[in-house]
Each structure stands twice: as structure tokens, then as C-alpha cells.
Design a protein around this ligand. Structure first.
Ligand code: ADP
Ligand code: MG
Length: 463
């Protein structure tokens, strides 16, 4: 039996016949197997509570529970059901064999025993059992690996997702930062522009001021001198009613009578012109007044007027004869505590937008329509007594805007204009100035095809 090696497998023999037991014990023991014995089914089941054999040799006819019942119980116990069972039976009992197979037996050995056959069969089933065990172990291992792999894959997926989320988050943070930066840059450019404009205007106003005052002062003298000269000239005429031919001819050449009549008119129209330049210079200086760090009391009407002055050239008739009429309905506003430079900027932004809108609508309206409904900006001011605030309404009769535009006009960078014409900053900056810097309100009402009205409301301090 050198070929058969059983590497320490345990066999349980169950038989009530001591001679049988003895024979088969010897055979198995010699073959190097661990052998356990039981003399009936009950004690076999008990043994298996402590030791699980690798194979069972089971007699059929036994006192107490017989081999079939024992087999049935073994096969119905989760910890023993895998153990291969070989029945030991007398020769030729086919019925018993079938019953045994049906109960889950793997084989039979016939009594009396043929030593080689017994060992060969046991070997086959032990090998099979070991292979099955091995397979089951490998299967288990494989399953564990698969689970491990699935877990790994899941973790990897989660990590991946997390990474993606992080990247997304970071990207949107970056985008936000870039946007903020762009906004700040635009705001800087805008305020840079405004302060440059302010300085320029202040410089020009200052430079104009002296020569204009000069002319203004001298014009008064010139007027008196001319008056005096004319009086004296009249005296001469009275004293010398018939001058010489040379004087008469020259007087006719220059149309002396007309000249005498026109000269005072020339002077007074020059005075009107100079007066106008002086007003402009004052307005310019109001507009460009150095930005005070604290609020000061200011006349808002002056601010509006200086804003209008700066935009004057765009109100005049263009080559198509389209002009914009400014209707001032100024109420009795007190001085308002504010940052005058910033308030002027608000007025300029709103009025410039109205002018823009009117320029656009002029292109779309027939001259007939323009005649019956000429371009107009109405500037109305009043005190709101119940709120104790100053109200400035700036209303145009351009084409208005649809609701989806109106609801966005104060949004940062919102514009419907081309890049050269609009920045989308004017109204958002104005809103900030009115609401945040002055605790006021800026609202916009618009009706498509009819026009737009902006209402600025600045609280008046109780003084
Ligand atoms: N009086 C108005 N009539 C029609 N649309 C206006 C008027 N004022 C402002 N808007 C709309 O509001 C938008 C935002 O204005 P604003 O913030 O001043 O930016 P911008 O003038 O640079 O476009 C304009 O592009 C325009 O569409
Ligand atoms: Mg604008």
C-alpha cells in the first residue's frame, strides 16, 4: 500500500460489530490514518460535536438509530453535512444502496472487506473531499479578493469623485477670484477716469477763470468809456452840425448811424457771453470739487446743473436736427448733506444713459413722431415730507426697456451696449453711491415704448 498516502486524515468508523470494527481499524491505522470509532449512531453524532472527521464509514444495521437515520442527521447539520459518508453493507443489497445514495452517501464498501478496495475507495473520496475543500477555500479566497477589489474600486471611485469635486470647487473659486479682480480693475479704471476728468475740468475751470474775470471787469469799463465817448461825440455833432466833406464821406462809409446804434448792443451781448463763460467756470468748479472725505452740505441743483453742463454738447441738435430738451422742474430743496462729487457722478450717469437712450430712439422714430413727441429729459426735484428726504426724478421719453433688462440695470457689468459705448458700471456704481454711501434709494421705472424714470432719494438730516 505504499502508493496510498493519507497525510493525517481522520476517519470515523461507526459499527456495532466489534470484529468488523477491529478489522477495519487495523487496516486504516496501518495506512497511517487517524481513526475514531463509535459503536452506534448516537455516539457517532456525539463524537462529531468535538471532532469533525474527514470521512465516515457507516454501518447500516445498528441498535438505536440505524445508519440511514445517522446519515440523515449528519447531512442535516451544517457543520457535518460536507463530510463524505461511505456505507458498509452486505453484498448485493441494491435497495439499501439506493436508499443510502438518496440520503447523500458517496459510496459503498461491501462486507466482508477487501483491504485494497476499502483503502482505494477511501483514498478516492478523501482526495475528492480534500480537493473540494481546497476548491472551497480557493473560492472563498477568490471571493474575498473580489470583495477587496470591489471595495478598492469603490474607494478609488470615491477618491476620484472627491478629487473632481475639489477641482471643480477650486476652479469655481478661481473663476470667482478672477471675476472679482476684473471688477475691481474696471472699478479702478472708472474711478481713475472720473478723477482724471475731475482734475482736468478743475484745471480748465481754474485757467479760464482769470482771463474771463479780466474780460468781465474790463467790459464794464469799456461800456462806460464807450457811453462817454458817444455822449461827447453827440456834443460834437450838436456843436458842429456841418462837418467837412472828408468826415461826412467817412461817416457814410462806416454807416456811422448804425454803428452808434449797434455798439452798445455789441457790448451787452459780449457781456452776456462772458457771463455765460463765468457760469460755466463756476459750474465746472462745482462739479470737480475735490472729493471731501466727510459729507458736506451741498446744493443738489447746482450738482445737476453742472452735470448737464458737462453733457451740454450732447443735448444740442445733431446734423439731423434732433436735439434733446431739458425740462427742469426744480422744487425747493434745502442744502443736502452728501458727498457732492459722488452725487454729481450719479446725476451724470443717469442723464448720460437717458441721452444715450434718446439718441437710440431717435434712430427708430419717424420725424413725424419726433415732432409730436420731441426728445425730452424732465428733471424734477421735491422734498418728500413724510420720509424727510430729497427726491430727484430723471425721466426720459426714449424707448424704455423690457422687464428683463430693467430688473438687471443695477447689476455689476450689466450692459446692453457695445463695448465701446458701455461698461455696465454706471448704474451699479450709482446704486452703490446712493444706497451705501448716502443711505438713500435708487429706483428705476420703465415702460417699453414710453420711457424711463430714475428716482434718487436722499435722506435729509434733521438739523
Ligand atoms: N434711460 C434708459 N433707457 C433705457 N435703458 C437704459 C436707461 N438707463 C440705463 N439703461 C440700460 O441699463 C444698462 C446699464 O446701464 P449702465 O449701468 O449705465 O451701463 P452702460 O451705460 O455702460 O451700459 C444699459 O446698458 C441700458 O440697457
Ligand atoms: Mg451708463
Amino acid at each position: 500500500m505504499e502508493n496510498l498516502s493519507f497525510s493525517k486524515n481522520t476517519i470515523l468508523i461507526v459499527d456495532d460489530n466489534p470484529i468488523n470494527l477491529d478489522v477495519i481499524f487495523k487496516v486504516l491505522d496501518e495506512a497511517g490514518l487517524e481513526v475514531l470509532v463509535a459503536q452506534d449512531g448516537e455516539s457517532a453524532l456525539q463524537t462529531m460535536e468535538y471532532v469533525i472527521p474527514d470521512l465516515i464509514l457507516l454501518d447500516i444495521m445498528m441498535p438505536g438509530i440505524d445508519g440511514f437515520e445517522t446519515c440523515y442527521r449528519i447531512k442535516n447539520n451544517a457543520s457535518t453535512l460536507e463530510i463524505p459518508i461511505i456505507f458498509m453493507t452486505a453484498l448485493g443489497n441494491t435497495e439499501q444502496k439506493i436508499k443510502g445514495f438518496n440520503l447523500g452517501a458517496v459510496d459503498y464498501i461491501i462486507k466482508p472487506f477487501q483491504k485494497e478496495e476499502v483503502l482505494a475507495r477511501i483514498k478516492v473520496h478523501l482526495d475528492l473531499r480534500n480537493l473540494t475543500k481546497d476548491l472551497a477555500n480557493k473560492n472563498q479566497l477568490l471571493q474575498e479578493k473580489i470583495i477587496e477589489k470591489t471595495v478598492l474600486e469603490k474607494t478609488l471611485q470615491q477618491l476620484n469623485q472627491e478629487l473632481e469635486n475639489r477641482v471643480e470647487e477650486r476652479t469655481s473659486q478661481l473663476q470667482e477670484a478672477v471675476k472679482n479682480l476684473q471688477q475691481i480693475q474696471l472699478q479702478l479704471i472708472q474711478s481713475e477716469k472720473m478723477s482724471f476728468l475731475g482734475q482736468l475740468v478743475a484745471g480748465v475751470a481754474h485757467e479760464i477763470n482769470n482771463p474771463v474775470n479780466f474780460i468781465h471787469g474790463n467790459l464794464n469799463h469799456a461800456e462806460t468809456y464807450i457811453q462817454d465817448l458817444l455822449e461827447i461825440f453827440q456834443l460834437y455833432q450838436q456843436q458842429l452840425p456841418s462837418p467837412c466833406a472828408e468826415i461826412t464821406t467817412r461817416a457814410e462809409e462806416v454807416d456811422l448811424e448804425y454803428l452808434i446804434e449797434d455798439l452798445p448792443k455789441v457790448i451787452s451781448s459780449m457781456k452776456v457771453g462772458v457771463e455765460k463763460i463765468r457760469q460755466i467756470s463756476v459750474s465746472l468748479r462745482t462739479f470737480s470739487r475735490a472729493e471731501s472725505t466727510s459729507k458736506v452740505k451741498a446744493n443738489l441743483h447746482e450738482g445737476i446743473d453742472s452735470a448737464l453742463l458737462i453733457l451740454q454738447h450732447r443735448l444740442k441738435a445733431n446734423d439731423k436736427g434732433q436735439k434733446i430738451e431739458i425740462v427742469k422742474e426744480y422744487g425747493n430743496l434745502p442744502l443736502v448733506l452728501c458727498y457732492p462729487g459722488q452725487m454729481n457722478q450719479v446725476f451724470i450717469n443717469i442723464i448720460a444713459n437717458a441721452i444715450h437712450a434718446l439718441e437710440d430712439s431717435s434712430l427708430k422714430r419717424t420725424s413725424e413722431e419726433m415732432k409730436t413727441n420731441p426728445n425730452q429729459i424732465i428733471i424734477h426735484t421735491e422734498i418728500n415730507h413724510s420720509q424727510n428726504s430729497a427726491i430727484i426724478r430723471i425721466k426720459d421719453n426714449a424707448l424704455g426697456m423690457p422687464e428683463e433688462v430693467r430688473s438687471k440695470v443695477f447689476d455689476y457689468l450689466f450692459t446692453t451696449k457695445s463695448a465701446q459705448k458701455g461698461t455696465g458700471l454706471g448704474l451699479s456704481i450709482s446704486h452703490q453711491i446712493v444706497v451705501e454711501k448716502h443711505n438713500g434709494q435708487l429706483s428705476c421705472f420703465s415702460e417699453e415704448g414710453v420711457g424711463t424714470e430714475f428716482i434718487v432719494e436722499i435722506p435729509l438730516e434733521d438739523v
